[in-house]
Ligand binder design. Structure first.
Ligand SMILES: *Cc1c(COP(=O)(O)O)cnc(C)c1O
Length: 395
């Protein structure tokens, strides 16, 4: 038997510290490694597998599309892209979409759109974007430049420039950074990698008003918290605000690499024109067949309703864990994006959980992140609770 770990360590760029496990296949909310080990998955490929593994109808839709055509380029129309565009606009309440291959590319597109919009307004190329401390928007240079974690950015400078960082959930810190050059505010509705911090209602409403009063575009990054994860199709719906530009990825393809940035007609009508932006693969028929089937299942299975209904069960289970262990300082989150904050590094808990047959991940050194598939049931939550409890006890 090939030792895949040895092979990977020799030939893959060492940009990750991988867990010592080779995952082979999945079924529903469970994963299996090459030695037959079974795991209950509360990581979902980092908030990707909303509809679970081995999704038969998705696989059938993909196989069907594969046999027709996988790729066409954007020089031509294709059926899945046009249909997926309509569906994605409907669920986001946006008017137009540009498909990308990843989250970070969606952020690049959002930044370019905001800059072009501002450029057409005042003919200047000297515009600033306000981003948030502790934010995460991706690893390409533009997305990295609006990412709050200085350790991710610093070795790769100089960055985009003209980005100012405000404190998340501190409205006056945003207001203080607005000047004649400001063109947009970008933030996650629920900060993910930065430690699972949902926006306060007063903050997000206040930012929306600041944007309106100052002619700025509000870009909401819903790559992790969107697509039903918070118990709303998109997390902003809870607050009664609407962004001008929105980015999605992760769950939108249920494992097929695809993302998108979307915008209102107002923004679309005075920003990108032919020649301004492009992607060889972006929105190809294969990826869009995935989006179309994912959105169909969201409707058919009322995934959002399911998350909403089970959120109290998940929160109660986590609160009980928190109450049993002094090392846990806090639980926070929204819907199925939850965190347990420890008073120490949670690496050992993650290792012990895997030994118990439970996959969880971190969001910063001390913060355990739970982003399960959205199709988990009550029994899965109880099983998670038992396993995580044991893992923490042993840590
Ligand atoms: C994961 C993530 C990204 C980056 O997406 P990639 O597909 O990894 O490029 C951007 N923003 C948020 C909020 C994310 O969680």
């Amino acid at each position: 038997m090939t030792d895949y770990m040895k092979l990977g360590d020799k030939y893959l760029v060492h940009a990750y510290n991988r867990f010592p496990v080779v995952l082979e296949r999945g079924e529903g909310v469970r994963l299996y490694d090459d030695k037959g080990g079974e795991y209950l998955d509360f990581a979902a490929g980092i908030a990707v597998y909303a509809l679970g593994y081995g999704n038969r109808e998705l696989n059938d839709a993909l196989k069907k599309q594969m046999d027709l055509i996988i790729h066409t380029s954007n020089l031509y129309y294709n059926e899945p892209a046009c249909l997926a565009a309509k569906e994605l606009c409907e669920v986001t309440h946006m008017d137009r979409v540009f498909f990308t291959n990843s989250g970070t590319e969606a952020i690049e597109g959002a930044i370019k759109t905001a800059r072009k919009y501002a450029y057409l307004k005042n003919n200047s190329t000297d515009h600033e974007i306000i981003a948030m401390e502790h934010s995460f928007h991706g690893r390409s240079m533009g997305a990295l430049s609006v990412t709050g974690n200085v350790h991710y950015r610093e070795p790769f400078g100089p960055d985009l420039g003209n980005v100012r960082f405000a404190q998340f959930n501190d409205l006056s810190s945003v207001e203080a950074l607005i000047n004649d050059k400001t063109c947009a505010v970008i933030m996650e509705t629920v900060q993910g990698e930065g430690g699972i911090y949902p926006a306060d209602e007063a903050f997000i409403r206040g930012v929306r008003k600041l944007c309106d009063d100052n002619g700025l575009l509000l870009i909401l990054d819903e790559i992790q918290c969107g697509m039903g994860r918070t118990g709303y199709m998109f997390a902003w719906e809870k607050y009664g605000v609407k962004p001008d530009i929105v980015t999605v990825a992760k769950a939108v393809g249920n494992g097929v690499p695809v993302g998108a940035f979307l915008m209102t007609e107002e923004v679309a009508g005075s920003s990108l024109v032919p020649g301004d932006h492009g992607s060889t693969y972006g929105g190809n028929p294969f990826a869009c067949a995935a989006v179309l089937e994912v959105l169909r299942q969201f409707k058919e299975k009322d995934i959002v309703g399911h998350v909403k209904a089970l959120t109290p069960v998940l929160e109660k289970a986590l609160d009980e864990i928190k109450d049993r262990h002094e090392t846990i300082k806090a639980r926070r989150g929204a819907g199925f994006i939850q965190a347990l904050e420890f008073d120490r590094a949670c690496g050992p808990v993650i290792e012990n959980a895997r030994a118990e047959g439970l996959l969880v991940i971190s969001a910063g050194t001390n913060i355990l992140r739970l982003v399960p598939p959205l199709i988990i049931e009550k029994d899965d939550i109880i099983e998670m609770q038992t396993k995580l409890d044991k893992a923490i006890e042993r840590s």
